[in-house]
Design a binder for this molecule. Structure first.
Ligand SMILES: NC(=O)C1=CN([C@@H]2O[C@H](COP(=O)(O)OP(=O)(O)OC[C@H]3O[C@@H](n4cnc5c(N)ncnc54)[C@H](OP(=O)(O)O)[C@@H]3O)[C@@H](O)[C@H]2O)[C@H](O)CC1
Ligand SMILES: [K+]
Length: 455
């Protein structure tokens, strides 16, 4: 499946400029797409369009015109002065009815938020906030033109806290805020409307990965062998090992520091080995990926196990405790590895980097030469070559112990099967979220294991 591009505000403006279309034509298309989507989503409702001074407001004015022409009861409120001669100013002048001040506008069942889009630059001032907040709160349905007002298009930060939209119609392409939290949580359902602008980007949405079922020629090693280097906490490593097996690895070897060997599932090969013996166990050409971190611990013994994994020369997936024991300069000696930190682990390793979550993941990938899977409700995958992808909103029920271990196991299975680091991390994140959707509310990490098969 092709991945949908995600464009920053500047990239979108560039794409619009390069399209060579008159601004008015694009605004007309956007407004028509907005009105069409609203009509499909809601049916006729008493509607208030709140239009800002720029092109986002212009889109709203066009949508108001179409809805009114279709017989809807539409009122329009306008905020700010449109630049004389601009498309927005023309459309305001052409509106046959009254243009209310938002502070004086009557609440309606449906509010169309066409205040600000990609040009939103700073928090709403107190007077505008006081005027629109009651309108947003009173509406039963809120539809946002391009972006919900108050969110930063590029970082996904919420600068002005208005009630979330139920539906957002993104014009031309997704923007980072449609996928990055907390803004993504303010968008409701997101649909992308074509406005005749060709778009492309090194940043995309994470697409559904291809899952290759085994063929008649497959055998356990050809499907990929994963070695999990475990330590003090065998439970976490067992979850990761089970996930690797369920995600398609033909052979999973769990190297343990202690604990019970005879536990489920029996399909996983478990060996208790001293730290000194790990290197020898990993000296096996059949091993396609080594996962180190889940349940490793952080003591001297853990460090020696980690050293053996790093020196194995095998494709690496580095998670959990292993990330706590490493530094960026040490990681940069193992380029091509996949790192799977959550925000806290990331910050400990790389500090408070500026920019969006995508910018931070890209910077860490460039610094280390590794692929980053920066986890969270809006997981980001970034490659040292600059490519990046954001996972569509995942189940909030994933915020529970052990789910990270499962994710690391899936990624390791995909890497052992021959995926590139970027593809393995992307596929892992997607399949993990998909499994969570299938489990539903109340999931625990173990539940994911039985929902990892392709559908
Ligand atoms: N660019 C195109 O050709 C098309 C864009 N589309 C739509 O347009 C918006 C982007 O339009 P743009 O005019 O660039 O920006 P906005 O309408 O989002 O907002 C800019 C105006 O809003 C003022 N502003 C920004 N933040 C605030 C604030 N907190 N309080 C008050 N006013 C604010 C800003 O004023 P400045 O003083 O900062 O200049 C501008 O006046 C895009 O999202 C699409 O919806 C069309 O869809 C297609 C063509
Ligand atoms: K908007």
């Amino acid at each position: 499946m092709t991945a949908r591009p995600i464009l920053t505000a500047a990239e979108m403006r560039d794409a619009e400029r390069r399209s060579g279309q008159p601004e008015r034509d694009m605004v007309e298309r956007a407004g028509l797409a907005l009105a069409t989507a609203i009509a499909r989503f809601t049916g006729p409702l008493r509607t208030l369009v709140v239009a800002g001074p720029g092109n986002n407001g212009a889109d709203g004015m066009v949508a108001a015109r179409h809805l009114a022409a279709a017989g809807w009861d539409v009122a329009v409120a306008v905020a700010g002065q449109s630049r004389p001669g601009s498309v927005a100013a023309e459309l305001r002048a052409d509106w046959p009815g009254h243009l209310a001040d938002p502070a004086a506008a009557a609440p309606a069942t449906l509010v169309v938020d066409a205040l600000f889009g990609t040009g939103f630059a700073r928090p709403l001032d107190d007077a505008l906030m006081a005027a629109v907040l009651p309108l947003w709160s009173a509406a039963r349905l809120r539809v946002a033109a391009d972006l919900p007002s108050g969110v930063d298009a590029d970082t996904g930060a919420v600068l002005s806290d208005l009630p979330a939209a139920h539906l957002t119609i993104a014009f031309g392409a997704l923007k980072p805020a449609h996928r990055l939290q907390p803004a993504a949580g303010r968008c409701g359902r997101v649909a992308v409307a074509d406005i005749g602008v060709e778009v492309g980007s090194t940043l995309t949405e994470l697409p559904r990965p291809r899952v290759h079922p085994p063929t008649a020629q497959s055998h356990k090693y050809s499907r990929g062998m994963v070695a999990v280097v475990a330590g003090a906490m065998p439970g976490a490593a067992a979850l990761a090992a089970s996930a690797a097996a369920r995600a398609g690895a033909g052979y999973v070897l769990q190297l343990m520091a202690g604990g019970a060997l005879d536990t489920h599932p029996h399909a996983i090969m478990r060996r208790i080995v001293s730290a000194d013996a790990v290197a020898e166990q990993l000296d096996d050409d059949r091993i396609g990926a080594v996962l180190v971190g889940p349940g490793l611990g952080r003591d001297a013994d853990a460090r020696r196990r980690l050293d053996a994994a790093l020196l194995s020369g095998k494709p690496l997936v580095i998670d959990g405790d292993a990330l706590a024991l490493l530094t960026p300069s040490r990681l940069s000696r193992h380029p091509g590895s996949i790192l799977t930190p959550h925000d806290g682990e990331f910050r400990r390793l790389f500090g408070d980097l500026p920019g969006s979550k995508v910018d931070r993941a890209r910077a860490a990938a460039a610094r280390t030469g590794c692929t980053l899977l920066l986890k969270g409700a809006d997981s980001v995958v970034a490659d040292p070559d600059g490519r990046a992808a954001i996972l569509p909103p995942a189940s909030p029920w994933l915020a529970t112990a052990g789910t990270g271990d499962v994710l690391a196991g899936i990624v390791a299975a995909r890497r052992a099967a021959g995926d590139t680091p970027f593809d393995a991390a992307a596929a892992g994140a997607w399949l993990h979220a998909d499994a969570a959707d299938r489990v539903g509310p109340g999931l625990i990490a173990d539940d994911l294991l039985t929902h990892l098969g392709p559908r």
